[in-house]
Structures are given as structure tokens and as C-alpha cells.
Design a protein around this ligand. Structure first.
Ligand code: APR
Length: 234
């Protein structure tokens, strides 16, 4: 029986692809008020401001390329499967760089930026183009209610049952490029420990919950992640 690895990634894994992180110096939340652009209340108050914020991020994503960390995780996923094991790749990121780096079945617990969703009926469809006010929902025909398929603060993250099931079966839990500031993602390491799963943090610097990890490796993801994958695959 092969090895089951659960990897949780955050914005740090896409930082070297040019996508901003949230809480670093010059991070996204140092330049925008998240209550205005990443909450249902903000969308109700000023939908145009929310659309502009996500349109800027869609444009940024269109110009970005996956990096060596994304590619190393895709290699790990293929190799573990070949050995009868599994990589459960869960990401807080809404970019598609894991997929463009070769990974599949990526679990986007905070949604996906290049997907548009109807705020009324929940129908969602791939859409890398700018959000506009006159969109008509193809499912419920409501007009002007298109939003990014991104989980906002105050909304429930996606796939929580599948995430719990995968964590319970994991031999190893590894958090990569996340500050450990946002729950429930930040609580997964504690859940892993409670279930006797070995834990490792890979980050540029110690995260808010660094002490919870059995092992810690620090440095840029494009250097530390490929080296870690190489070592794990032996
Ligand atoms: N290599 C590895 N780690 C890096 C790099 C890098 N090149 N650059 C930055 N980091 C680390 C930072 O040290 C930080 O700990 O990535 C982490 C990024 O933390 P955040 O900006 O808080 O991003 P994240 O943890 O993904 O945020 C979680 O918060 O805003 C919400 O929904 C949003 O998914 C996001 C969630």
C-alpha cells in the first residue's frame, strides 16, 4: 500500500509566479479593505468595486506561469499514484497554477478565480474574462448577479467533508506557503496531530501555527518544495 500525503497550499506557493500573497509586506490585504471586496456585504454594498478587484486579479493570473513548486507537487502526485498511494492536493488558492503545473483533482477549498458564479442560484461556469454588470445567469436568468466563484469571509469553505476524510487517511500532512491565519484551513494541522498524522510546514518563514508542526523547512517554495519532493520520493 503506497503512501498517502495531504498537502495544503496557500498564496506562498504562487508568490514566485508573481501572484501577490495576502499578509506579507505589500500583501493584497495591505492594499485593499477585505470587508469591501471579499465579503457578501461588500458585494451587496458595491458590486462594481468587487468586480473591479477580481478583474484585476484575473488579469494578473492570465499573465502568470506555474513555478517549480507547482511542478514538483504535480510530479509527487503522479509518482505517489504510480506507487499505489495518493497525494490529496488541497489549496486555499483560487489561481489555477497547480492545474497548469500538471496537477489534477485539485481541491479548491476557497473557490476558483477563473470561474464565475451566479450569486442568486449558485450556478458556476469557467470564465477567465472580466466580470461585467449585465451578465445574465444561464441557469436562472437573473441579471447582474455574477460574482467570482471565490469563498468570501463569512461564507463556508468548500469540500470540508472530503478534506476531513482525506486527512483522516493521511500518513503525512504538509502545509506549504500559508500563514496559518485563516480557519478552518489553519486548524487542519491540529486535527492531523489529534489523529496521529505526521506534520510538516514548508514556508518562507515560520507561520502563525509553526509550533504545531513536527517538522519545519524554510525558504522559497521553488527551492524547498522540489528538494522535499525529491527526498520524499527517495
Ligand atoms: N515561498 C514560500 N512561502 C512564501 C513565499 C515563497 N516564495 N512568499 C511568501 N510565503 C509565505 C509567507 O511567509 C506567508 O506565511 O506564504 C504565506 C502567505 O500567507 P498569506 O498571505 O496569509 O496567504 P494564505 O495563507 O494563503 O491566506 C489564506 O486568507 O485572504 C484569505 O482566502 C484567502 O486563501 C487566503 C487565506
Amino acid at each position: 500500500m503506497g503512501m498517502n500525503v495531504f498537502v495544503l497550499t496557500g498564496a506562498g506557493v504562487s508568490a514566485e509566479s508573481g501572484l501577490g500573497t495576502f499578509r506579507d509586506k505589500d500583501g493584497v490585504w495591505t492594499r485593499y479593505d477585505l470587508s469591501e471586496v471579499a465579503t457578501p456585504e461588500g458585494f451587496a454594498r458595491d458590486p462594481a468595486k468587487v468586480r473591479a478587484f477580481y478583474n484585476a486579479r484575473r488579469a494578473n493570473l492570465a499573465g502568470a506561469e506555474p513555478n517549480a513548486a507547482h511542478q514538483a507537487l504535480a510530479r509527487l502526485q503522479a509518482e505517489l499514484a504510480a506507487r499505489g498511494g495518493r497525494l490529496f492536493l488541497c489549496t486555499q488558492n483560487v489561481d489555477d497554477l497547480h492545474e497548469r503545473g500538471g496537477a489534477s483533482q485539485v481541491v479548491h477549498m476557497h473557490g476558483e478565480l477563473a470561474v464565475t458564479r451566479c450569486h442568486d442560484c449558485g450556478a458556476a461556469w469557467p470564465d477567465p474574462t472580466p466580470l461585467v454588470p449585465e451578465t445574465v445567469c444561464p441557469a436562472c436568468a437573473s441579471r447582474g448577479r455574477a460574482r467570482p466563484h471565490v469563498v468570501w469571509f463569512g461564507e463556508e469553505p468548500l469540500f470540508l467533508d472530503a478534506i476531513d476524510d482525506a486527512l483522516a487517511e493521511a500518513d503525512l500532512f504538509v502545509a506549504i506557503g500559508t500563514s496559518g491565519a485563516v480557519y478552518p484551513a489553519a486548524g487542519l494541522v491540529t486535527q492531523a496531530r489529534a489523529w496521529g498524522v505526521r506534520t510538516c510546514e514548508i514556508n518562507l518563514e515560520p507561520s502563525d501555527n509553526a509550533r504545531a508542526f513536527d517538522e519545519r523547512r524554510y525558504g522559497p517554495a521553488t527551492q524547498v518544495v522540489p528538494a522535499w519532493v525529491e527526498e520524499l520520493l527517495g
